[in-house]
Ligand binder design. Structure first.
Ligand code: SF4
Length: 71
């Protein structure tokens, strides 16, 4: 089960669309530059793609948040 989520700082995001290229299907960016996170909590198999998106986002607007199991 996926125990991580994607967080975006919308003040930083400038709609470059790098994330969409790195993790297709998880992010979409409209022509006007509006980012949508299609899957906020993707399956683990997509984590490498999301890590690439986080790494290459030119404004560092993305991060992966690992969730701790609740007691
Ligand atoms: S790559 Fe970064 S700045 Fe560009 S749309 Fe994605 S989150 Fe926004």
């Amino acid at each position: 089960m996926s125990r991580w989520v994607i967080a975006v700082d919308r003040d930083l995001c400038q709609g470059h669309g790098v994330c969409e290229n790195e993790a297709t299907g998880i992010f979409t960016v409209s022509k006007s530059g509006e980012l949508t996170i299609v899957e906020e909590s993707p399956p683990d198999a997509r984590r490498p793609d999301v890590e690439q998106a986080v790494k290459y986002c030119p404004t560092h607007a993305l991060k992966i948040v690992d969730l701790t199991d609740s007691p």
